[in-house]
Design a protein. Structure first.
Length: 106
């Protein structure tokens, strides 16, 4: 699937508060073909508004809301997907990107 993004000239990045060491282990374990960025102080997460109050089994805590941002080559956010579910999400993003590219040609 990553090859489809690369063919479109798309760079895939992931950001979380986890440490670099944790990312390396996670990336190896799941054979992830994209870059994982560590933001232990949460500066990027705050800037993008994804560090939020969450709840699980009635327990409130702060955590990252899984979100995807489509950002163009000028750094402009073109689309935001909030509360992402993994299954089918990459395909939906790729389709949106391809449709936007086609719309830009007409």
């Amino acid at each position: 699937m990553i090859e489809d993004f690369e063919k479109e000239g798309i760079v895939v990045l992931s950001v979380s508060k986890d440490s670099v060491q944790s990312h390396q282990k996670f990336k190896r374990k799941h054979k992830l073909p994209f870059t994982l960025l560590s933001d232990p102080e949460g500066k990027v997460l705050d800037l993008y508004g994804v560090w939020k109050k969450r709840s699980l089994y009635g327990r409130a805590f702060m955590g990252t809301e899984r979100t995807t941002f489509l950002i163009d080559e000028r750094g402009m956010v073109k689309k935001v997907y909030r509360k992402v579910r993994v299954k089918g999400h990459a395909q939906a993003c790729l389709l949106d990107l391809q449709m936007a590219k086609q719309a830009g040609k007409s």
